[in-house]
Design a protein. Sequence first.
Length: 66
Amino acid sequence: MLFIHPLTLIYILLGLLTNHFHGIIFLYLFGIIHELCHVITAYCFHIKTDSIVLFPTGFKANLNDY
């Protein structure tokens, strides 16, 4: 499950207003891909993943059995 922190939405909105939207989306896209790689690796080692959380300053994959 993917959770988006409310401040992240404000951060993206500010990117729209200041014409930096493409750079912000580019960074978030690569961050999500990076966290999905963590989830895939955890799946290979039979570790359950609860969720992925998007924060304004980064991402976090919550692993259940770790």
